[in-house]
Design a protein around this ligand. Structure first.
Ligand code: SIN
Length: 482
């Protein structure tokens, strides 16, 4: 059960667990830290989701006809209400997802930063006037909202990913139907309640909780009233949605898997590099798509880096995110725990050494000890697949050319990080890495101001920044005879 100052934040689709008849046709949301049921949530089927798409379609003309100033004011009121309710929103987020309260709080702030940014950016959707090809003609370019946008968001950032997609869509004048992960629907439902309280008109933002991921995905892709689909999740599902959306030629944004290299050169400030690795690898217990998955350390500093990193992670408090001193929460599911174990076993079987951690945490449940592996090689699963857990595999390398080649030797291209004090090398390596985002001497790269997204099988399109709003706009060129 959740203890909230304002229980009505969960809205009409959620109720305390086991209240007979409170929500019909429901599924239960569990706390990954305790396995306790925290809420029963209405399980919307495709027909009810179609109704929400219809409502979004009806709401869109009025919403897009409003001035950007009006949309901006309503959206800023929404983000202010989120900040006013940050304690409850953080408790909801930690209870359903497991991340420590401090991280949950930062996520709510991060979510509101996208709403604030795009609320303002909506006022700067400028068109163009183009010098025409004939004396009597005038050419201008309008930017118009794409239409109804369907969003599918993941469990690892239950508030921020809704905000990062819904905010640019709404600022552009689109209406939105969002399906959050069935593991973490409560944060999205609470955001929707607050949007309504802020005065955002009915139908402009609908959240559709459902366990029918395949059915809702197929509906989003085939429903001709939906003109845009934005998805964050695995490359496998992104590729499936892309194929399904092809039938209706929908505009797509896909934010998919990553396998980020994190490179420490001999000349790096090692303490900074360790601090960066702690963030890039262990934020959200290693469950972010921009997580450092492969940590390459140049041979001259390999042992020193391994020692410093191992010492630092040995101090992490692992436990229930609700306790104020917790730094690493549980993994999201038993399957996530098994994957982490499988990756470690595969590495050890093939010659790696567990330098720190390596086991389920004595706290039981879905907790895993923060882990450092040394002596890892490129054939192991930790090098080829996203571990999505608190495991730092350290690969040794000799030269700049070698580490660039190994970093790029993956079908993914989301983020990369590296540490060096050589300015020339910083430019050259940043340019040579095949990714959408690079952190140079920093691991804190995510921000509303910058374009978030990947290349290769890590996705299509960008979220955040001045580029992010274009994903929800169409260009219309007008040629006028004067
Ligand atoms: C993600 O893991 O999908 C998002 C991470 C971030 O925004 O930093």
């Amino acid at each position: 059960m959740l203890s909230l100052k304002d229980p009505s934040l969960l809205g009409p689709y959620a109720a305390a667990p086991n209240q007979t008849g409170a929500v019909s046709g429901h599924f239960t949301v569990f706390n990954p830290a305790t396995a306790a049921a925290i809420a029963d949530v209405a399980d919307l089927d495709v027909t009810r989701v179609r109704d929400k798409i219809d409502a979004a379609y009806v709401a869109r003309p009025d919403w897009s006809a409003r001035t950007a100033d009006e949309r901006c004011a309503l959206m800023l009121r929404w983000s202010r209400l989120m900040r006013d309710n940050i304690e409850d929103l953080s408790v909801i987020l930690t209870a359903e997802m497991g991340k420590p309260l401090a991280e949950a709080r930062s996520e709510i702030e991060y979510a509101t930063s996208y709403i604030d940014w795009f609320a303002e950016e909506g006022r700067r959707i400028y068109g163009d006037i183009i010098p025409a090809h004939e004396k009597t003609k005038r050419i201008f370019v309008l930017k118009q909202p794409v239409g109804v946008a369907a969003l599918i968001t993941p469990w690892n950032f239950p508030s921020a990913m809704i905000a990062r997609k819904a905010a640019p869509a709404m600022a552009a004048g689109c209406s939105v139907v969002a399906r959050p992960s069935e593991m973490t629907p409560l944060s999205a439902l609470a955001m929707c309640v607050l949007a309504e309280r802020a005065g955002i008109p009915s139908g402009v933002l609908s959240v559709v909780p459902s366990t029918d991921a395949a059915g809702i995905g197929a509906e989003f892709c085939s429903n001709t009233k939906v003109r845009k689909l934005s998805f964050t999740g695995s490359t496998r599902i992104g590729s499936l949605l892309m194929r399904q959306a092809a039938g209706d030629i929908k505009k797509l944004s896909l934010e998919l898997g990553g396998n980020a290299p994190f490179v420490v050169f001999d000349d790096a400030d090692l303490d900074k590099a360790v601090a960066g690795a702690l963030l890039a690898k262990f934020r959200n217990a290693g469950q972010t798509c921009v997580c450092a998955n492969r940590i390459y350390v140049q041979k001259g500093v390999y042992d020193a880096f391994a020692e410093k990193l191992s010492q630092a992670i040995a101090k992490f408090n692992v436990g229930d995110g609700m306790s104020h001193d917790t730094q690493i929460g549980p993994l999201i599911s038993p399957a996530a725990l098994l994957k982490v174990e499988e990756h470690i076993q595969d590495a050890v079987r093939n010659g790696a050494t567990i330098r720190q951690g390596g086991r389920r945490h004595p706290g039981g449940g879905q907790y895993f000890e923060p882990t450092v592996l040394t002596g890892v090689s490129d054939e192991m699963k930790v090098a080829r697949e996203e571990t999505f857990g608190p495991v730092a595999p350290l690969f040794a390398f000799d030269t700049v050319e070698e580490v660039i080649e190994r970093s790029n030797d993956t079908e993914f291209g989301l983020a990369a990080y590296f540490y060096t004090q050589d300015l020339g090398r910083a430019w050259r390596v940043a340019e040579a890495l095949d990714v959408g985002m690079v952190g140079v001497n920093t691991a804190a790269i995510s921000t509303a101001q910058a374009p978030f997204g990947g290349i290769k099988q890590s996705g299509i399109g960008r979220e955040g920044s001045k580029y992010g709003i274009n994903e929800y706009l169409e260009l219309k060129y007008v040629c006028m005879e004067t």
